[in-house]
Design a protein around this ligand. Structure first.
Ligand SMILES: NC(=O)c1ccc[n+]([C@@H]2O[C@H](COP(=O)([O-])OP(=O)(O)OC[C@H]3O[C@@H](n4cnc5c(N)ncnc54)[C@H](OP(=O)(O)O)[C@@H]3O)[C@@H](O)[C@H]2O)c1
Length: 328
């Protein structure tokens, strides 16, 4: 089968596109004919070794797919050949990746794609929207009526976070570029603050006079002084980006607010957490409330170039690799 794979960790040039033997599923696995796979920043971290995880060579890159079930083992009773499915759990933790004509997925990390949801849109949202769900609910404990401040609110993760939080009945203060204010409002943000405005902290405070219950910085800026200053009593800061950032934690103000700072990576999410995120994201997509803002579809042969463009910071929106034309 055709695959984008590596035989050593390194720069984007180590990615080859060529033939590998097709994978064989175990009893609790599902063999999927892959239609599309997304390229995420984390895929560049796995390829380069910046994110340490078991990588068996030759190693197929990529973690997200949308495709069709080809074969389901006896321990994967919920799936039948022909089912449309999606997954965002491949390409790390010893599992081979998604950028190939076929992929083996453990049944508990494979999800049915709701009817009517477009494959390209689903694969583009799979990773960022699931991360947004984990940030808001699994780790952030967001409840209806609370106020969440989302930094990077016009980005892939941030846009999904605004939609999911508003849909859950939270008040959303979006922090984004001024040019993205209309976009953030259309997603459900009650207030939008320009992150380049020197008065941004004061504007967030006036939008959330009681403080923010949850502060999620998808930009990776991670100014914890400012975040803790903005927190309401028992407020939470969730850290999910900024691999190389080393912010100072204002410990005194944090404990006097009974506040908390918590980090997470979707790479460590349990199968039940990933499944819950996929269910919520899939439902909101099926309702037509969540769509990716910008997607560029490239052939599988462009895998290395896609990694290069992401590393150069050139990509706004999402890059998706098409592996096969839609089934049927
Ligand atoms: N922990 C996890 O499990 C997990 C999962 C998925 C993604 N991530 C990480 O999440 C991050 C965001 O991913 P993404 O795909 O959403 O990226 P993205 O689409 O590039 O979004 C980042 C956004 O941040 C905005 N921004 C830049 N500087 C800012 C600042 N100082 N204040 C507020 N906003 C600012 C950018 O706006 P402009 O372009 O207008 O500057 C952009 O809209 C990445 O670092 C990614 O690796 C982590």
């Amino acid at each position: 089968m055709l695959a984008a794979y590596i035989e050593e960790l390194g720069p984007p040039d180590v990615i080859r596109v060529g033939e590998l033997p097709p994978p064989r599923p175990g009893p609790c696995d599902v063999l999927v004919d892959v239609e599309v796979t997304a390229v995420n920043q984390v895929d560049t971290f796995v390829r380069s070794g910046a994110f340490r995880t078991p990588v068996p060579f030759p190693f197929v890159v990529g973690r997200d797919l949308v495709g069709t079930v080809a074969e389901a083992g006896p321990g994967a009773p919920g799936f039948r050949p022909g089912d449309r499915v999606w997954c965002n759990s491949l390409g790390h933790a010893g599992r081979q990746g998604a950028a190939a004509e076929q992929a083996v997925v453990p049944a508990d990390r494979l999800h049915r794609l709701p009817d009517g949801v477009d494959a390209v849109e689903a694969v583009a949202l799979s990773h960022p929207a699931s991360a947004a769900h984990l940030a808001l609910f699994t780790h952030g404990g967001l409840r209806a009526g609370e106020t969440v401040c989302v930094l990077g609110a016009a980005g892939n993760v941030g846009s999904a976070a605004v939609v999911l939080a508003a849909r859950a009945g939270a008040r959303v203060v979006a922090v984004a570029s001024a040019r993205d204010a209309g976009h953030c409002r259309s997603l459900g943000a009650g207030h939008v603050v320009d992150y380049r405005d020197p008065d941004a902290p004061a504007l967030i405070r006036s939008a959330a006079p009681g403080g923010v219950d949850l502060y999620v910085d998808t930009s990776g800026h991670n100014d914890l002084e400012e975040a803790v200053e903005l927190l309401a009593p028992r407020g939470r800061v969730v850290v999910l980006a900024g691999l190389r950032s080393r912010p100072v934690l204002p410990a005194g103000p944090l404990y006097l607010k009974d506040g908390s700072v918590r980090g997470f990576t979707i790479s460590h999410a349990r199968a039940d957490e990933v499944a819950e995120a996929a269910a919520r994201v899939g439902a909101v997509m099926a309702e037509g409330l969540l769509r990716p803002r910008a997607v560029e579809v490239l052939p599988l042969s462009a895998a290395a170039e896609a990694h290069r463009r992401i590393e150069r910071g050139e990509v706004r929106g999402k890059l998706v690799l098409r592996v096969a034309e839609p089934a049927g």
